[in-house]
Ligand binder design. Structure first.
Ligand SMILES: [Zn+2]
Length: 61
């Protein structure tokens, strides 16, 4: 018997955003053009702080 199961480890990229004011963190799918320290918009939690990408990483699917 031949086991031909291929283990393809595809990495799904994620970006973590953090609010500079209330420190809320949010994980979302990586969008092309994302980079660490990029400001991505207003925080939806406190409505005052700016969300900034703090981490980009890959997760095995
Ligand atoms: Zn906030």
């Amino acid at each position: 018997m031949i086991f031909s199961r291929k283990k393809e480890e595809l990495l799904e990229p994620y970006s973590t955003e953090q609010c500079g004011l209330c420190n809320t963190t949010k994980r979302r799918n990586f969008i092309q053009g994302d980079f660490v320290f990029k400001l991505t918009g207003k925080c939806t939690s406190c409505n005052q702080g700016q969300m900034m990408i703090t981490k980009i990483y890959g997760v095995v699917k």
